[in-house]
Design a protein around this ligand. Structure first.
Ligand SMILES: [Zn+2]
Length: 1043
């Protein structure tokens, strides 16, 4: 989502509801098939809805134009003066800006008929060292406050709420505390907790030790045991920088804007974090969390008066306003000549060969973020320069195929005071560094000479128009994330929402001056001397150097200890352990009641039809003039070799053009009429018995209603006339694909560990891991080595011919009732053009078999571990499934988080059960491995020892945790997707939900006995992390080591 933003909760917890809840494998499959090679990750945040583009979970807020002003300019409401009222018609928003008279706190309210309400408190936090001060403060304020002196109320509230989003984040120059919920009681509860946390945190010394860093005996009760460095953020950052792309983008920021706050690591450099003191933290809080330096954001349809009244009475009536100029950030002074910086990185043993594992980026400082029109223009320029096969840098840097494609830093970044553009390549030889610099200059000069093709510009504008219409259920949250960087510098956030105005201005400038864009390129790219070339190469000693530095630091810390300090360290270790083990005073925290959540969110019904003999489901929803099309192609007719090629097939098939259009023309056509045509591998276990699974390819696209006919004919064109003949291009796409699949493992290691672990339990999960997990990387590398591109091309061609058939296809259409008759006509036309192969079978589930217990360890060159244990439990429709799901939540909240995170220092941990019937445990960025696996194994014992804690309240909290997933809002384009992909009907879902809510303590205990008492018959353990020679002796198990 946001780059260089550190969050309190690991991403693992915010992945919402992937269909029936098995977020793990779905997001991994997406990871492998999404088209990273040609579509650069979008970084522009200036356009409000862009962020939602990749979001899968969306709702249908019924937007009605506001007619009356609820507040008037110049009037006072509970101490807040309303200073600006404006409507933003393109989003159906009334915007009200308030300023608190006493404290100067700004409050921005976006009134919109959307039930997914958002609240956030933001502060401008500007660190002047890399100790991670703002980040550790962000963690610490959530550890208890004046009204809620409860250890970790934030994590405790996760299970006392039905929030649709809850987290806290530290950016390079801001810290924010956002949440969203559709339930008003919940909204008020969370608002109270968040406000008290930020304005009146306890910031106790022990919290600092837990969240920041501490020196501790490795055996807490043994004074003679060695000292170790610990801390949640300390480990989090060690984990974060084990991903080379994070190291690269952090260094890019620090070196491109070195002169002020951006020269530091706001999240914390692990080797600097231990310089931070508790006093630094308390002082920073009183300065930067002053109400005069705060901005409050609220969005949705709940009553604002209540918010104003509460905030004013409780938090703003006392403090006197101060001038917050101290936190303002000046522009970076411009350089008069370019700079070069070289850094080293760890060698990623899953990535490219050592000598090719280099990266380069050229970054240029651009406009002031306050100039929103300029930001908009630069976003368009960036799209024209880097995105897709028609873009200039794609042609000059990617197509010659001397690298593994764009790196993660590529794109336009408007998230800080001075915006910047960056284009970078991954996996190239050092010898090619100079070539990249030459090609960069040559490309820019060529663009200045020749300009851009008007049809290319139009396709970019069309995509923005489509994004404005596309409804997201996290719309309010998206606006907050997009507006925060601008708002943080006192920018005009209301004007930045007027995207239509910006488009009009842009068009006007284009008409007035045919060379408008070329002049901009000249200004920002050709004559811009604030240019950084950053290069990065792997260093064999990187990890050892870090370890030595860490050890030196530890030694220094130990040397500085006198007798009293030693005693203190020992006692603090014990005190902290006691505090962590003491039962939290949960009764002090608000909680919802069962009656608040009993009612199921209403869902539009789905019509199941057969149109031209093709199973078709239709859902009438308010789609805001967009038609959504999903197709599913059954892979029953593919042989095992072909199945293995599906992820690659999905990745390249929409990037090769057709027999009528070359890939450039086709890409332009697709983007000028649709949002793109995407393919994903799809996998669905039988929800009744988990004994078989279906495999196929899932295609999605959407278009404005007026372009629906074109959308269908473009699908016809691609599905019936795809081509794979251009082996040179195919070879480039394959190389980029192979480079990209190894990126991101260290940051989503828990998903990979769980997936691979499930693969030790069933053959279906094993295949899934081979298609989308760690195993896929090795498979692809070997496959490419052993097969010529021409052969791969032939195989992919056969695969396409076996898949894209009318008689193995199903379809889902989401559209408005009014447009449906027209849409269905286009649809029938589309079907009539699809080929049939009478030999192809529609049925064809593949059998699932259970495997014998085993263990595997993927040895990775990283300083943290990702542990997983999985076992086969029951299928989705089994009556125990919802109970196990509640139990997984309970174990996560009551056992794994306190032990594995708080006591043992991992960044995250949890348990879950998937729709495939597999129950999994995981840890995230974990300093331990065998200790955590032992914790997983001790679950039954813990449940026995804490029998008294299995109360009605604990059970209810766990149910709320499950409800957050079940009731998460869904986008209009995605209503009915659970049925389409997994066969979960609305009735079935209602039954599941009711069953989950009615679970009793006795049933829970019975399930514990049934599934946890004895070692399960089919289970596996999996570890991703550094070499561990004692693994077998410590676990007493046989491990397969994969290096
Ligand atoms: Zn964090």
């Amino acid at each position: 989502m946001l780059t260089r933003v550190w969050q309190t909760r690991p991403v693992t917890h915010i992945i919402k509801r992937a269909a029936v809840g098995n977020a793990g494998y779905k997001s991994n499959i997406n990871m492998c098939t999404r088209n990273i090679g040609s579509i650069v990750r979008r970084k522009i945040q200036a356009i409000p809805t862009l962020i939602s583009r990749r979001s899968k979970v969306m709702t249908a807020p019924h937007i009605i134009q506001q007619h009356e002003n609820k507040f008037n300019e110049g009037k006072l409401y509970h101490g807040f003066e309303c200073v600006r009222v404006e409507s933003v018609p393109e989003f159906g928003i009334m915007s009200y800006t308030f300023r608190h008279l006493g404290s100067g706190t700004e409050l921005w309210y976006l009134d919109r008929k959307d039930s997914n309400n958002v609240f956030s408190i933001n502060f401008r936090t500007t660190p002047f060292d890399s100790t991670g001060l703002p980040h550790i403060l962000e963690h610490s304020v959530l550890c208890g406050s004046e009204k809620y002196p409860v250890r970790d109320p934030f994590f405790k509230m996760l299970n006392r709420s039905v929030a649709t989003f809850m987290n806290a984040m530290t950016g390079p120059d801001y810290t924010m505390y956002p949440f969203s919920t559709m339930n008003e009681i919940d909204f008020r509860n969370l608002q109270k907790i968040y406000l008290d946390a930020v304005f009146r945190p306890n910031l106790e010394y022990l919290d600092f030790l837990q969240e920041g860093w501490r020196l501790e005996h490795s055996k807490i009760h043994d004074k003679s045991s060695e000292y170790v460095l610990k801390g949640v953020v300390y480990n989090e950052m060690k984990g974060a920088f084990s991903e080379n792309s994070s190291v690269f983008s952090q260094n890019l920021l620090n070196n491109l804007l070195p002169d002020h706050t951006y020269g530091f690591v706001s999240g914390g450099n692990p080797l600097e974090i231990p310089k931070l003191t508790h006093k630094n933290l308390v002082d920073f809080h009183s300065k930067y969390y002053h109400p005069s330096n705060a901005r409050i954001y609220t969005y949705g349809n709940f009553d604002l008066q209540k918010t104003l009244e509460y905030v004013n009475n409780e938090y703003l009536s006392q403090p006197k306003g101060i001038d917050n100029a101290y936190s303002r950030i000046p522009s970076q002074p411009r350089w008069n000549k370019p700079r070069n910086v070289h850094i080293s990185s760890r060698f990623d043993n899953m990535g490219a060969p050592f000598e090719k594992q280099n990266q380069i980026a050229i970054a240029l400082l651009m406009s002031d973020v306050m100039d929103t029109q300029e930001t908009f223009v630069l976003h368009i320029l960036s799209e024209l320069l880097v995105r897709g096969p028609n873009s200039s840098f794609y042609k000059s840097l990617i197509e010659p195929n001397f690298s593994g494609g764009y790196n993660q830093a590529t794109g336009f970044d408007p998230q800080i005071k001075d915006t910047f553009f960056c284009v970078g390549l991954q996996d190239l030889y050092v010898e090619d560094f100079a070539r990249v610099q030459e090609l960069f200059d040559k490309t820019i000069n060529q663009v200045i000479d020749e300009g851009f093709e008007p049809s290319h510009v139009e396709s970019v504008l069309h995509n923005i128009e489509l994004l404005l219409k596309h409804q997201s259920p996290q719309f309010g949250m998206g606006l907050l994330f997009n507006s925060t960087p601008l708002w943080n510098h006192d920018g005009d956030v209301v004007s930045s929402l007027r995207v239509s105005n910006m488009i009009t201005n842009f068009r006007h400038n284009l008409t007035k001056d045919a060379k408008y864009l070329q002049r901009k390129v000249e200004q920002y790219f050709a004559t811009n001397t604030h240019r950084l070339t950053l290069t990065m190469s792997p260093d064999d000693h990187y990890e050892d150097n870090f370890k030595t530095a860490e050890l030196d630091l530890l030694k220094q810390k130990i040397m500085a200890l006198d007798e009293t300090k030693r005693k203190e360290v020992f006692e603090n270790g014990i005190k902290l352990e006691e505090a962590q083990k003491a039962p939290p005073k949960l009764e002090l925290l608000p909680c919802l009641n069962l009656t608040d959540v009993q009612e199921m969110p209403k869902m539009p019904s789905i019509d199941i039809l057969r149109i031209s003999n093709v199973p078709t489901q239709v859902c009438h929803v308010h789609t805001n003039d967009i038609s959504y099309l999903k197709l599913h192609f059954n892979g029953a007719n593919l042989n095992p070799d072909e199945v293995m090629l599906l992820p690659l097939f999905c990745n390249v098939i929409n990037d090769m053009g057709t027999s009528n259009y070359d890939f450039r023309e086709f890409d332009k056509l697709v983007l000028s009429k649709t949002a793109g045509i995407d393919f994903k591998l799809h996998f669905a276990e039988n929800i009744y018995n988990s004994k078989s699974y279906l495999l196929g390819v899932y295609m999605t696209t959407h278009a404005l209603d007026k372009n629906a006919a074109d959308m269908f004919s473009l699908c016809n064109e691609l599905l019936t006339k795809f081509t794979l003949n251009d082996t040179e291009r195919l070879s480039m796409l394959i190389d980029n694909y192979v480079s990209n699949i190894s990126v991101g493992i260290a940051s989503s290691g828990h998903l990979y560990a769980m997936q691979s672990c499930s693969g030790l339990v069933t053959n279906a999960a094993k295949l899934k891991s081979q298609l989308a997990g760690v195993e896929h990387i090795e498979f692809m590398k070997n496959y490419v080595k052993q097969n010529k591109t021409a052969e791969i091309s032939e195989k992919l061609k056969t695969l396409g011919q076996k898949l894209f058939l009318k008689n193995v296809m199903r379809c889902a259409l989401n559209t408005s009732e009014e447009f449906y008759p027209s849409l269905v006509k286009h649809y029938e036309q589309f079907l009539s053009n699809m080929p049939i192969n009478p030999d192809a079978k529609m049925r064809g589930e593949r059998d699932i078999s259970l495997l014998e217990p085993s263990q595997q360890h993927f040895v990775m060159n990283i300083p943290v571990n990702y542990c997983a244990k999985a076992f086969y439990a029951v299928p989705y429709t089994h009556r125990d499934h919802p109970t196990l799901r509640v139990l997984a939540k309970l174990i996560s909240a009551k056992y794994l988080l306190p032990v594995v995170r708080e006591q043992n220092g991992a960044y995250g941990a949890g348990a879950k059960i998937g729709s495939d019937g597999i129950f999994s445990f995981f840890s995230y960025r974990d300093p331990n491995s065998t200790k955590t696996l032992e914790a997983f194994n001790n679950t039954y014992q813990w449940l026995q020892d804490h029998n008294a804690e299995l109360t009605e309240q604990a059970l209810f909290e766990a149910k709320l945790g499950v409800l957050q997933q079940l009731d998460a809002p869904i986008a209009p384009g995605n209503v009915g997707i659970d049925y389409f992909l997994y066969g979960v009907s609305q009735e079935m879902f209602a039954k599941y939900r009711a069953r989950m809510l009615s679970t009793t303590v006795d049933e829970l205990k019975a399930v514990v006995e049934r599934y946890f008492k004895n070692e399960p018959a089919h289970f596996g353990n999996c570890l991703l992390g550094p070499e561990n020679k004692d693994l077998e002796t410590e676990t007493n198990l046989k491990w397969k080591i994969i290096v």
